[in-house]
Structure formats: C-alpha cells, structure tokens
Design a protein around this ligand. Structure first.
Ligand SMILES: Nc1ncnc2c1ncn2[C@@H]1O[C@H](COP(=O)(O)OP(=O)(O)OP(=O)(O)O)[C@@H](O)[C@H]1O
Length: 318
C-alpha cells in the first residue's frame, strides 16, 4: 500500500460527508457520505441520472458541491496536490483523434506535468498495459471504439496515479476487452492503487469490486462490502410432493414466501435470510411428512439487488 500524502486530513483514499449538488431547482446529489479505503476497488452504481457523474466531477475537482465536504487522498476536494495523483477516465471523452496513440499520450503526459524522460519511460509501459503497443503509431481516429476506450484508460494511468477514477471504462469493449480491463483493475489493486469504478455492467462490478455504493435519485440506497450486501439475500425453491393446509403458514414463520406454483409439483419460491434458515425450513417440511424433491438455493446477483433497490422509482428522472 502506498504511503499517505504528507499532511493528510483523512485516513481514507476518498471520504465525503453530506455532499449535495443542486443545479437550478434540480437536486443532482443529496447527502453523499462515503469512504473508500486505500487500495480498494470501489463500485459506484446507479441508474441513468442518479448523480454518479456529478459525484465523480466533484471528486476530481471539476465542479464544487453546493454543500458538504470531502477529502481525496487526504486533501480537501479540488486540492491541486491530490489532483496530480488522480487518473481520470471521463465517461464521454473525445480525444484529439488526428493524433497517434503515442502523440496523444505525450500530450496528456505534458498536461500532467511529466518530464520528457518520464513520458519516454511511461508511454510504452501504459501502451503495453492496455494492449496497444502495435497501434501506437496509428491515428486515434482509425482505432475501433474498444481501442479508443483503451487509450483512454492508458491516459488515466499515465502519471502513475494513486487513485484511478474510471467512468464506464468498458462500455465499448467486447467480452474479451472487458476481461482484460477486469484483470487490469485487479493488477492495479495489487499495486495498492485505489480504483473508483462507475459502471452499468453489474456482473463486472460484482466480479471486481470490494465495496460498492448504489445511488438512486441523488441518494445512497446501499453501501458496504459486496459480500455483505449480497449475503442474506437468498432465494430458494422448494419442490414438494404435496402441500397440506397450513404448510405455507408454517413456512412463513421462517422464510418469506414469494410465489407458489402448483404444477407439476407444488413448488414454493421463498426468500431466506441465510442458509441455516433454509435448513430449518427443510426440517420443518420433512417433520410434517411432506416429500421434498428438491431444494434449490440461488444467491442473488448484484443485478437482483440493484433492480430491487432502484426499482422503477428512478424512471421519471431518466
Ligand atoms: N450541468 C447540469 N445542469 C443541470 N442539470 C444537470 C447537470 N448535470 C447533471 N444534471 C442533472 O443531475 C442529475 C444527475 O446527473 P448525473 O449526470 O450526475 O447522473 P449519472 O448518474 O451520471 O447518469 P448517467 O448514468 O446517465 O451518466 C440528472 O437529473 C441530470 O439531468
């Protein structure tokens, strides 16, 4: 893990308290309080218009919050010293596409304030990292969308940042490209680099993030370690030989019965807080003399959690 910046005012890579952003009469972000640990991969999720990009822009110092405070790499929001150590891939970036990949990185290296020697060392490294070595001398306009996204990631990593903020880094990538980015994010974590990932691709977030926040209509609706948020969120299917009166009521003492399918065999779909409860429900069925043909537990995916929390209340803000 990398040492903290001198004079650090927060032990976290990112800490925000009550961030709020209002555009005219529209509240884009409300009371955002999150912490992201050093070296952590943090997923920041939400439907369109939830306030994600607004939050990211505040974190990188592009806009100021209407209210609230925060620290990035231990420095107050917008602090110049911290900004030098943030790599940022914006969601809708448009690069100077008449430049070659190498020239583009050289330009961005200069904007980051890297010396010529640093740029000469670093540019081949990041091109290699994102698999664009062969295309280094081609103009960016001739790149496929996936290659353009990868040169964007290379740009974000150029100045050896301690914190990388990636806004939809894989939206234009094919499945192989996505896997490469996933591996890359894991490698960054291996080097103690903090990754703040904003993505709609929930399976990817699930595969790579340590902790997540889900925002909806400007507010955080879930926050915590991925494992905790997905734990205790089991759906289970009981396939039974019969369903005597009273069985559902007895089961409902343990699990939340969501659906009953009578054919071809009585099948109950229920939600259980944990696996132990499922075992107790099976005991109850067996003790009642009901043949149990199958018990199929299914752990909820991040997508299930997301859909349940966000539901359709976000529709009007899209
Ligand atoms: N510059 C602006 N002026 C006025 N309203 C804005 C501005 N930027 C964002 N908004 C509004 O603030 C809300 C949050 O927008 P934001 O772009 O942060 O959402 P998002 O979660 O990043 O969405 P998406 O997933 O579509 O990128 C939206 O209702 C949006 O219309």
């Amino acid at each position: 893990m990398q040492p903290r910046l001198p004079g650090s005012q927060s032990e976290w890579a990112i800490e925000t308290r009550g961030l709020r952003k209002v555009y005219g009469d529209r509240v884009a972000l409300e009371d955002l309080s999150i912490t992201v640990g050093h070296g952590e991969v943090f997923g920041f999720l939400g439907p369109n218009g939830a306030g994600k990009t607004t939050a990211v822009k505040i974190l990188v110092g592009l806009i100021r919050p209407t209210a609230g405070t925060g620290w990035v790499l231990g420095r107050p929001l917008g602090d110049y010293q911290a900004r030098r150590q943030i790599g940022y891939l914006p969601e809708l970036f448009r690069f100077h596409d008449w430049l070659t990949g190498e020239e583009l990185l050289d330009l961005h290296g200069q904007l980051y304030g890297l010396s010529r020697a640093e740029r000469r060392r670093r540019i081949p490294e990041v091109l290699e990292l994102v698999g664009l070595t062969e295309a280094a001398r081609r103009r960016v306009r001739t790149y496929s969308k996936g290659m353009q996204q990868r040169i964007g990631i290379a740009q974000a990593l150029l100045a050896e940042p301690r914190l990388v903020i990636l806004d939809e880094p894989t939206s234009a990538l094919d499945p192989l490209g996505r896997r490469d980015v996933r591996d890359l994010i894991r490698r960054l974590r291996g080097h103690g680099i903090t990754v703040f990932l904003n993505s709609h691709l929930l399976s990817e977030v699930e595969a790579v993030c340590d902790r997540i926040a889900i925002v909806n209509r400007g507010r955080v609706v879930a926050l915590g370690p991925m494992t905790t948020l997905l734990a205790g969120d089991l759906t289970v299917e009981f396939r039974l030989g019969s369903l005597p009166d009273g069985t559902l009521d007895a089961l409902a003492q343990l699990v939340q019965v969501e659906e009953l399918r009578p054919d071809p065999r009585p099948t109950i779909i229920a939600r259980a807080p944990d696996e132990e409860t499922i075992a107790r429900a099976v005991d109850l069925l067996v003790e009642s003399g009901i043949p149990v043909y199958g018990v199929i537990p299914e752990r909820h995916s991040l997508e299930d959690l997301f859909v349940r929390l966000v539901n359709d209340e976000s529709l009007e803000s899209r």
